[in-house]
Write a protein that binds this ligand. Structure first.
Ligand code: SF4
Length: 468
């Protein structure tokens, strides 16, 4: 029996369906962030059920809500979220709940699969998605009537039906295969749930490490049997940045655009503020003024370097109690950052974006936060724009990949909290749950965020040394 989850696995990558059916998903434990999203999905589903009962069902005359009924058609099986059954006409309206704020690429195939399977048993008239309303801003209470948007996707589903029917048949064929050798791999093996199947001997530096390589080129290189980075030909067409990254990995020699990096470092104004935020987001807004998936800043770390290098200071903030964490945070941040100096971050789209959101939420700090953004320097760009490249970065500019190369004495490995998604979940549980763990979790969070800003200090120091 092919369920909807199986079909979605097939749509993700045919190999994943085969691996599941043949019990070969060696690396299938969902990440902490995925687990967090799944939990949020269940929470949204519960509230959406109330929404269906209170706000959708009454719009139909003489109707009942069928909740999570299972339907079977031949070799396919599907469980619908909500179906409204109009009793007088014996017609049915399908409502699929999705805990996102917009229609994602997998939602329509998902609804189409439901419609094909369920449509064999009932007289289906319309198909809808129930999504979180991106424009909803929470007041004192959660207003579930405003929380959701309900696009009618009946026409899109009907257009997609022939294609999805064909794919459902292909998925069944995959299930029946004894060997996986004829199944084409996906082009993103870096997050592989079953690496032994498609790439049993994937080299550490491969074509999948080349940033922004198009799917067409990845397939082209696969067909040429070029997987290891050292096998990429000198004349294979790549963008100048991709070529530079490949050259660095092939030659195992770092690259430094000394004039550009020197100029960038000289443009920084003291005091230097190395700033990092940690955030938590919840599908359904928790506090007044928040939207669905509002990113709430619950922690910052700030290393301050004055022109006298000896006097480096460290400031930090961690919200410890339930409630909107950013209100206390922004107040403390204001005390720590003066009106002079460059604010250095790793990925300014993130910290800058949070500052803009906090400026809307706390207008009394708007000028300050926007001014911080105007003085922001993105240290990551020195790597992401290819001004400094090292073979061991492996085409990445994540601080987690750059730091161990540039400052091997500092490491995230020994920390009990060492990833952003873990920090987010531990923080929420600490602030809202088990008080006995509070001190230990708070200490681990402070160490983690503190290392992020210390890492930036170390990278900056190393770049200064390299450009001497
Ligand atoms: S390469 Fe990995 S992620 Fe991609 S299809 Fe194969 S097993 Fe899945």
């Amino acid at each position: 029996m092919l369920t909807k989850s199986d079909f979605l696995l097939y749509m993700d990558a045919p190999m994943h369906l085969w691996a599941k059916v043949h019990d070969q998903q060696t690396n299938a434990t969902p990440s902490l962030y995925d687990q967090h999203l799944m939990k949020q999905g269940y929470d949204v589903e519960k509230v959406a059920k109330t929404y269906l009962e209170k706000h959708i069902l009454p719009k139909y005359k003489n109707a009942e809500l069928l909740w999570q009924s299972t339907y079977t058609s031949g070799e396919y099986q599907s469980r619908a979220d909500g179906i409204i059954h109009e009793l007088d006409t014996d017609t049915f309206h399908l409502y699929e709940i999705k805990s996102s704020t917009s229609t994602k690429k997998e939602h329509l195939p998902d609804a189409t699969f439901q419609s094909i399977v369920i449509g064999q048993s009932i007289n289906q008239e319309t198909i809808h998605l129930i999504l979180l309303n991106d424009e909803y801003i929470r007041g004192d209470e959660l207003d579930i009537e405003q929380l959701f948007s309900v696009p009618d996707v009946t026409d899109e589903v009907s257009e997609m039906t022939p294609d999805i029917l064909a794919k459902m048949r292909q998925a069944l064929e995959i299930v029946k295969l004894v060997e996986s050798t004829s199944i084409v791999n996906c082009l993103n093996p870096k997050t592989c749930p079953c690496p032994g199947l498609c790439h049993p001997n994937l080299p550490k530096a491969s074509i999948y490490n080349i940033p922004n390589l198009t799917p067409k080129k990845k397939r082209e290189l696969e067909e040429l049997k070029t997987i290891a980075i050292e096998d990429v030909d000198d004349d294979y067409p790549l963008t100048p940045k991709q070529r530079k990254i490949v050259d660095v990995m092939q030659s195992k020699t770092s690259y430094l655009d000394k004039p550009t990096v020197t100029g960038l470092l000289q443009s920084l104004t003291y005091p230097l503020y190395f700033l990092d935020y940690e955030t938590y987001d919840e599908a359904m807004p928790l506090y007044k003024g928040h939207k669905p998936y509002q990113k709430m800043v619950f922690q910052f770390s700030l290393h301050i370097v004055s022109s006298n290098r000896e006097a480096m200071q460290h400031e930090e903030y961690l919200a410890l109690e339930p409630g909107d964490p950013a209100s206390g945070l922004v107040k403390h941040l204001r005390k720590c950052i003066s009106d002079q100096g460059t604010v250095i971050v790793w990925n300014k789209a993130f910290e800058g974006g949070r500052n803009k959101e906090m400026a809307e939420l706390y207008p009394e700090y708007k000028d300050f936060l926007l001014n911080v953004n105007a003085r922001m320097f993105d240290l990551m760009e020195i790597v992401s724009k290819g001004y400094y490249l090292h073979p061991e970065f492996l085409g990445s500019w994540s601080i987690k990949n750059v730091l161990p190369v540039m400052s091997p004495e500092l490491s995230y490995k020994s920390l009990s909290i060492n990833k952003g998604d873990q920090a987010m979940i531990e923080w929420y549980e600490m602030a809202n749950g088990d008080k006995t763990k509070k001190d230990g979790v708070a200490k681990a969070l402070l160490e983690y965020c503190g290392l992020d800003t210390m890492a930036m200090v170390k990278v900056w120091e190393k770049l200064k040394e390299l450009t001497k």
